[in-house]
Write a protein that binds this ligand. Structure first.
Ligand code: HEC
Ligand code: HEC
Length: 233
């Protein structure tokens, strides 16, 4: 049994496995930044979440893979117990959506059908999600690995290192140049530590903006250390 059906399921396609118009509409919405009503949003669900093991392997996404997500008993490390609330957190915090998606909205239903189609088993385990609350230094690592991490984790949004070419939104600053002012802006911390704080917290804990946080599951301290070496921080 699915612990939480998002909506009273329409019956179409659910459990039969095949594509349905609602599921296909849901997939299109999943990949479309215009799902959000904010003109400043450039992110789609697909910017931050893989939907298959192969995709999850190829990149370092800030969000977990959503394969099986509709069958998990809870989300966000247990903070959310309704799937629509887990999605709405992303929708309002990262995609700048002004009003949360509602159960009965046809878009919500379609998105739900799509997530169900990614969840062929009726139950799936909850996924760990460990936010790093207290920021500490990490040992620096290998620059070559750091370059790979940059490409797999940061480049889609921030663009090419030092130029920002191809970035998803002009709101994402050029890395690592943005850190040049950190010594002056934050005299009580090293620039490296300020940078770590941004990556680990995103907009959490009172930090502004729409940058998503990187949990320990999404980015290990070893990979973060390698990334910092590559960026010269
Ligand atoms: C800017 C990045 C970003 C965007 C855009 C985004 N998410 Fe997320 N999402 C996250 C992060 C980070 C988490 C917390 C880690 C995790 O649980 O995946 C999360 C968590 C979730 C979870 C809970 C997963 C779990 O098992 O804990 C679901 C479900 C989810 N997102 C669905 C969506 C959907 C659907 C959309 C589009 C409407 C979306 N997200 C857009 C970053 C994003
Ligand atoms: C989903 C898109 C997205 C991804 C992925 C992403 N960022 Fe960001 N990041 C942003 C946006 C947008 C901002 C600017 C606004 C804000 O702070 O939210 C930002 C801001 C930042 C800042 C703060 C700059 C300042 O204002 O001082 C740092 C540092 C940063 N990102 C580093 C990273 C690193 C390192 C990675 C990869 C591990 C990464 N980001 C991945 C979207 C993203």
């Amino acid at each position: 049994m699915r612990a939480w059906a998002w909506v009273a399921v329409l019956g179409v396609g659910v459990g039969c496995g095949g594509p349905t118009p609602a599921r296909d509409f849901g997939e299109a919405l999943f990949k479309d930044p215009k799902l959000s009503d904010s003109q400043y949003n450039a992110f789609s669900c697909a910017t931050c979440h893989a939907t298959s093991a192969a995709e999850a392997e190829a990149k370092l996404y800030t969000g977990l893979s959503l394969e099986g997500a509709a069958s998990r008993p809870n989300w966000w490390g247990g903070y959310e117990v309704r799937l629509i609330d887990a999605v709405n957190f992303c929708y309002t915090a990262f995609m700048r959506g002004t009003t949360p998606l509602e159960d009965e909205d046809p878009k919500s239903r379609a998105l739900y059908e799509y997530l169900v189609s990614l969840s062929p088993q009726s139950t799936a385990p909850a996924q760990p999600f460990t936010l790093v609350r207290d920021i500490t230094e990490v040992p620096r690592g290998d620059k070559t690995r750091g370059e790979e991490v940059y490409r797999a984790a940061c480049q889609d949004c921030h663009g090419t290192r030092s130029t920002g070419d191809g970035r998803l939104t002009p709101l994402a600053p050029v890395l690592p140049e943005v850190a040049r002012d950190y010594a002056q802006l934050f005299p009580n911390a090293t620039p490296g530590l300020v940078f770590i704080e941004k990556v680990r917290h995103g907009r959490f804990f009172g930090v502004g903006g729409n940058m998503p946080p990187y949990s320990l599951e999404a980015l290990s301290d070893a990979d973060l250390g390698a990334l910092l070496s590559y960026l010269g921080l």
